[in-house]
Design a protein around this ligand. Structure first.
Ligand code: MN
Length: 140
């Protein structure tokens, strides 16, 4: 790992793959793991209705909402509304999804680490429209 400033222009926005996401999702890499760090950080923008598939993270994930109104669900719990400034803490190996609102964009910073053995994200099935549309719990 060497000192440097990585300029935004050096990293064009990518569209997230349809194999792991529903709808249109844009990803801007912030940092990819470089030894000895195992941190991965990316800025992700979900268009209205777009979301991740169900998935797990080997050593968990932290999401920090930068803009918009989004959704998050940990399996077995109600869908939650996400608002700018909110931080979501997701435990290791917990099935969950995150995305935009039905009528709203949402941008979050996604922070995760690979495990000591190099495991990161395990992608599962898409979130059904029925699951996505369940009435969310309002923030406190
Ligand atoms: Mn996640």
């Amino acid at each position: 790992m060497r000192s440097r400033i990585v300029r935004a222009a050096a990293r064009p926005t990518k569209q997230a793959p349809a194999t792991n996401f529903t709808g249109t999702v844009f990803q801007d890499e912030v940092f990819a793991p470089e030894a000895p760090s195992r941190l991965r950080a990316s800025k992700v923008t979900f268009t209205p209705g777009a979301r991740t598939n169900w998935h797990t993270h080997a050593v968990g994930q932290v999401l920090h909402v930068l803009a918009g109104v989004g959704r998050y669900q940990l399996e077995g719990e109600p869908v939650q509304v996400l608002l700018p400034g909110d931080t979501v803490v997701i435990p290791p190996k917990a099935r969950h999804w995150h995305g935009g609102g039905p009528d709203s964009m949402m941008t979050h910073l996604a922070l995760s680490e690979t495990s000591e053995t190099g495991e990161a994200t395990t992608w599962l099935e898409p979130v059904s429209d029925a699951d996505y549309r369940k009435a969310p719990t309002r923030p406190d």
